[in-house]
Design a protein around this ligand. Structure first.
Ligand SMILES: Nc1ncnc2c1ncn2[C@@H]1O[C@H](COP(=O)(O)OP(=O)(O)OP(=O)(O)O)[C@@H](O)[C@H]1O
Ligand SMILES: [Mg+2]
Length: 240
C-alpha cells in the first residue's frame, strides 16, 4: 500500500461550540482545556505526562470519536460501552482521505474482554488467549494487526517485559512501514525511543511537543540506572 494513505487521523481540536465548563471533568484537566490543535504523526504519536495529566481521557475520546468502543477492541465488536467522558462529543477530527480498514483501541484494563472476543472469533488463534500470559497474549494481538489500520494503545508496556517491549518496537516498525498509524499513551522509556514518532507532553500548560531525550522518562530512568545506589540512599532512610 502507498504511504499517501496516511495519516488516517490528521488533527484533533475542541469544537469551539462545545460546552466546555472548566470546573467539570474533563475540561477541569488543563491538557484537555488547552488541547489546541493536536496533530498526530503519520506513523507513531506518543502521549506522555504525569499520572492524571489526561492522556487516557483524550485517547479514549479519540477512540470513541473514531467509532471504536471505549471498552477497547475494534469498531465491529465490543459494543458494551463503559462509562465514558463526554469529551468525544466535543472533538473535531480531521481524517485523511482514505479510511483505515482496521481500527483498534487497546487499554490495559479491558484486555481481558478483548481476548474473550478474539477467542470467540471463527478461526481464532490457538491456544486461547486466556491461556497465554498477559504479555504473550498482548504480543499475539499486536502481531495480528494489519498495516492498513489505525491503532490506539493505552500503556501497552503494562503487559510487556523489557525484552517484549523491544520486540513490540520491531512489530510496530513493521506495521508502520506497511502503512499503520499508532497513537500510544505510555510511560515506557523503551517504547518512547521509537524514531518515526512525535512525543506529545500533557501538562498544566496544555499539550506540547518534546524530544525523546528531554522527556522525564528518559532523564529519570537514565539517571536512576546510572546512579541507583546513591539515589536509593537519598530516597530511603534505611538504605545502606
Ligand atoms: N469520570 C471521571 N470523573 C471525574 N474525573 C475523572 C474521571 N475519569 C478520570 N478523571 C480524572 O481525570 C484526570 C485525568 O485522568 P486520566 O486517566 O486521563 O490520566 P492519565 O494521564 O491517563 O494518567 P495515568 O498516567 O495515571 O494513566 C485524573 O485526575 C482523573 O482522576
Ligand atoms: Mg492513563
Amino acid at each position: 500500500m502507498s504511504f499517501a494513505a496516511k495519516p488516517y487521523l490528521r488533527s484533533v481540536t475542541i469544537d469551539p461550540a462545545a460546552d466546555a465548563d472548566p470546573d467539570d471533568y474533563p475540561f477541569s484537566i488543563p491538557a484537555v482545556r488547552e488541547l489546541g490543535v493536536l496533530e498526530p504523526h503519520p506513523d507513531v504519536t506518543f502521549f506522555v505526562g504525569e499520572n492524571g495529566a489526561g492522556k487516557s481521557t483524550v485517547l479514549e475520546a479519540i477512540a470513541v470519536a473514531l467509532d471504536m468502543p471505549a471498552e477497547g477492541g475494534t469498531r465491529n465488536v465490543l459494543r458494551e460501552q463503559q462509562e465514558v467522558s463526554p469529551l468525544h462529543r466535543c472533538l473535531k477530527l480531521v481524517k485523511g482521505f482514505k479510511r483505515p480498514r482496521y481500527s483498534y483501541f487497546l487499554r490495559a484494563e479491558s484486555l481481558f474482554n478483548v481476548f474473550t472476543y478474539l477467542d470467540s472469533l471463527p478461526g481464532n488463534p490457538e491456544p486461547s488467549l486466556h491461556l497465554r500470559s498477559h504479555g504473550e497474549a498482548f504480543m499475539d494481538v499486536l502481531q495480528g494487526f494489519s498495516g492498513d489500520g489505525i491503532y490506539l494503545l493505552d500503556e501497552p508496556e503494562a503487559a510487556l517485559s523489557p525484552n517484549r517491549q523491544l520486540a513490540a518496537l520491531a512489530v510496530i516498525d513493521r506495521l508502520v512501514k506497511q502503512g499503520a498509524q499508532f497513537i500510544i499513551a505510555t510511560h515506557s522509556p523503551i517504547l518512547l525511543a521509537y524514531p518515526r514518532a512525535k512525543i506529545l507532553l500533557f501538562d498544566e500548560t496544555g499539550i506540547s511537543h518534546v524530544d525523546y531525550e528531554d522527556t522525564e522518562h528518559y532523564a529519570v530512568t537514565r539517571d536512576f540506572l546510572n546512579h541507583y545506589p546513591r539515589r536509593l540512599q537519598q530516597l530511603l532512610d534505611d538504605a545502606d
